[in-house]
Design a protein. Structure first.
Length: 207
């Protein structure tokens, strides 16, 4: 549990450095409301405390209503790729997406069976014709729907071409040293996560 609790924070820090309550049950469905409901009491409380900053949004705020599952297989996969603070792709029609799932690299094509996949640090590749756009993602989930929609939600992501290889090597060396000198479980967990993320970054740049 210690490792899981620190993964999101440390992996986000690693990528940034390299680039310079209760949840209600929801059906596994293709339906997304057109206008997500906002908690007005939360917004009011937020503005009292932080009046100069907009209240945080959820990934749902970036997504459009879903069409029903078509009778015939679509020729394109519609992708929404969002972060906690931004939308990288919104309703983008592509040929294929390859995601770094915890079970291995997973290719998603139009008509893919409905699936939920957990993401690990690695490369997310978006294929559109001969063009391939690659991002390094820290972690997150991919929700693949039966109507050829894919919602990819990452904790942190950055285009591969914005990653500085020298900073990756520096970070890998620093976390490797920390791992060898760690004395507590917390220090070992933090250092191991840093090594894992920087190793994945290095593989993404050299692969």
């Amino acid at each position: 549990m210690l490792r899981q609790a620190t993964t999101r924070l440390l992996s986000r820090r690693s990528i940034s450095a390299a680039a310079g309550g209760s949840v209600p049950l929801r059906p596994f469905s293709t339906e997304v409301p057109a206008t997500p409901a906002l908690d007005s009491s939360f917004v009011e409380a937020w503005k009292k405390v932080i009046p100069n900053v907009e209240p945080p949004k959820t990934p749902l705020a970036f997504m459009q209503p879903r069409p029903p599952t078509p009778a015939s297989l679509p020729t394109k996969l519609t992708v929404n790729f969002v972060l906690p603070y931004a939308s990288e792709l919104s309703g983008k029609e592509v040929d294929m997406v390859i995601i770094p799932a915890t079970t291995g690299q997973m290719g998603i094509l139009p008509g893919h069976v409905a699936t939920i996949a957990e993401l690990k640090p690695g490369v997310l590749a978006v294929h559109q014709g001969n063009d391939v756009t690659k991002y390094f993602v820290s972690s997150g989930f991919a929700f693949i729907h039966a109507n050829s929609f894919a919602d990819i939600i990452a904790v942190e992501a950055v285009p591969i071409d914005q990653i500085d290889p020298s900073l990756v090597q520096k970070g890998l060396a620093e976390f490797t040293q920390k791992l060898s000198s760690a004395t507590t479980d917390l220090e070992k967990a933090e250092a191991q996560i840093g090594v894992d993320v920087h190793s994945a970054l290095n593989s993404a740049l050299t692969g």
